[in-house]
Write a protein that binds this ligand. Structure first.
Ligand SMILES: Nc1ncnc2c1ncn2[C@@H]1O[C@H](COP(=O)(O)OP(=O)(O)OP(=O)(O)O)[C@@H](O)[C@H]1O
Ligand SMILES: [Mg+2]
Length: 230
């Protein structure tokens, strides 16, 4: 089973040269890949395409066997809510909402995620927060009142709840010191293995590569980037 397959993908931002030109890239189910590249090389752009937030000018993006470029925007939104956990660099938590309710948001947007979170999604959210080392006294605090490291773990629990098949993480560790980075990545890998999710973890920091099943440089798969460098 293939989690992700990109074929002949071309994407350009308006009035710019092609940003991405990727002939082929694949991710097996449950595989954890580290994708690195310089700032401005197109990492976040690629993740936006994988999440169906933007559409390529050409090519196919198959997630779990569905070419999301051929879906209506409504169906793409649904597919994303049902199957993809997103972990953003800036977390994108709702600051006034208690931490635990931030974790539960995907279960309110997707019946599938709610079902896969078990009989009691709130208990599942608590289990994940506990496993991510967030103490119960923080669970009911507004997310905006937590430390950066705590917010990051809330965002990770939100991405993982309801066992999405694909997990996408955009530089989620850049706000942490080296030691906390290691701990956080190990937790993320453990949890993604526990839910069986394929993981695309993006960073410019190549030192993190050793934790993952496979490491890929964006310029190895993106010929648009190679052209602009030479
Ligand atoms: N919304 C946008 N509109 C127009 N151009 C954009 C937009 N977002 C990104 N770009 C351009 O696309 C290119 C790739 O940007 P992108 O954000 O994907 O890089 P990145 O690899 O994620 O960089 P970083 O490591 O700094 O996060 C850049 O040249 C950037 O100027
Ligand atoms: Mg980026």
């Amino acid at each position: 089973m293939t989690a992700l397959r990109i074929t002949d993908l071309v994407f350009r931002w308006p009035r710019q040269a092609a940003c991405l030109d990727i002939q082929g890239f694949e991710l097996a189910a449950g595989e954890r890949v580290f994708l690195h590249g310089a700032s401005g090389s197109g990492k976040s752009t690629l993740l936006g395409l994988l999440g169906g937030v933007a559409l390529p000018q050409a090519g196919r993006i198959e997630l779990l066997g569905t070419d999301i470029t051929r879906l209506s925007s409504r169906a793409r939104d649904r597919f994303r809510a049902d199957h993809i956990g997103f972990l953003f660099q800036q977390f994108n938590l709702l600051p006034w909402l208690p931490a635990i309710d931030n974790v539960l948001l995907p279960c309110t947007f997707s019946a599938r995620r709610r079902e896969r979170a078990g009989a009691d999604p709130r208990a599942e959210a608590e289990r994940m927060l506990r496993h991510l080392d967030l103490q119960p006294e923080s669970w009911r605090k507004p997310a905006g009142e937590l430390s950066v490291g705590q917010q990051q773990r809330v965002a990770a629990a939100r991405a993982l709840i309801g066992r999405p098949e694909i997990l996408i993480a955009d530089e989620p560790t850049s706000a942490l010191d080296a030691e906390r980075q290691q701990v956080f990545i190990d937790l993320l890998l453990q949890e993604s293995a526990a839910v069986g999710a394929a993981l695309v973890f993006v960073s410019h920091d190549q030192r993190l590569a050793g934790h993952f099943d496979r490491s890929v440089a964006l310029h190895e798969i993106n010929t648009a980037a190679t052209e602009s460098v030479t």
